[in-house]
Design a binder for this molecule. Sequence first.
Ligand SMILES: [Zn+2]
Length: 292
Amino acid sequence: MSRFFLIFAALLAFFPDPHARAFCRMTVEEPMPRDGCPAPGTWLEWRRQCISYTLVDRDADESDFEEVRDAADRSFSRWTAVECDDGPLPIELAQTSDLGLCTTAEYNQRSGNANTIYFVDNWLELGLPFDAFGLTMIWHSPEDGEIFDADMQLNETQGRFTVCDDRCEPGTVDLENVITHEAGHFLGLGHSEVSDATMHSRASTGETSKRTLEADDIEGICHIYGDLDAPDCDVSDFQPDHGFSPECAGPEGALPAKNGLCSIGAPAPTPGVAGGFLLALVLVLARRRSKT
Ligand SMILES: [Zn+2]
C-alpha cells in the first residue's frame, strides 16, 4: 500500500533576514524548516511537465473573481517564463476553466483530484501558523520524491487578498506577492535565505516585491527542471492524478492533513467565519484562456 507524506510550507511574516544563501529544494525529509534548507534527502519534483491548478471561488457573489484568476495566472507564469541555460523552463502550468469546490487540502488516492488554491478565513481554528500569509501542502512519494498533488491555502485573516497597485491599501494583501511565492513551493522549492528572493520565507503586509523572481529563484527552479526536454502538452495531459474533480473526496478517499511547520511572532489576526461549500456538477478539465 502506498504511503504519502505531506509537507507544509509557509510564507511567513516580518523581519528581514541579513543572511544570504542560495535556494533550497524540498526533500522527503521532515520537518520542512521555516528557514534554511531541509535535511538532505530525495528531492521533491513533479514528474509530469503539464500541470494544472484550480481556484476555489471565494464568495459566491464576488463580481471581480476574474481578477483573482488572472492574478493567479500571472503568478504562475512568472515561473514558466524563466529562461534556463537550455531554453525556457520545460514546464507548462494552466489554470482549469472550472472552479474548485473543495476547501480541504487533500490528495485522493482513489478518484479525481485538483491542485487547488483557496481562501481560508478560519485560519486559527484550523491550527495553522498564525502569522503565515499562505500555506502550500504537497503530497509526494516518500521513496522517489515524485509530487502527486499540491494545495495552496491563502490566509485571509492577514487581510483581504486583492490585486494591489505598487503597494497595497491598509488591510489588504497582494495576491501575486503570495501566490508567486507559494507557486515556488508548489513546484518543489523550499525557502531561500537570500533576503530579496521570492522564495525568502518572510514578507511584510502590503509587500509586492515577491511578484517578480530574482536570480536565486531562477537558479533554483532551473536546478529542478532545467534539464528536461520541452513539454508537448495536450489538454488531457493536465488532468491530475485519477482525473480532475473539483469536489472533496470525503473521508474514505482522502488522506488526513498532518501538522508541520510552525511560525514566528507577528500581530495575531482575528479569526473570521468559516466559508461554505458550493455544490455543482463535475465539469471537464480544460485549459483556461488567459486574458493577457
Ligand atoms: Zn514559503
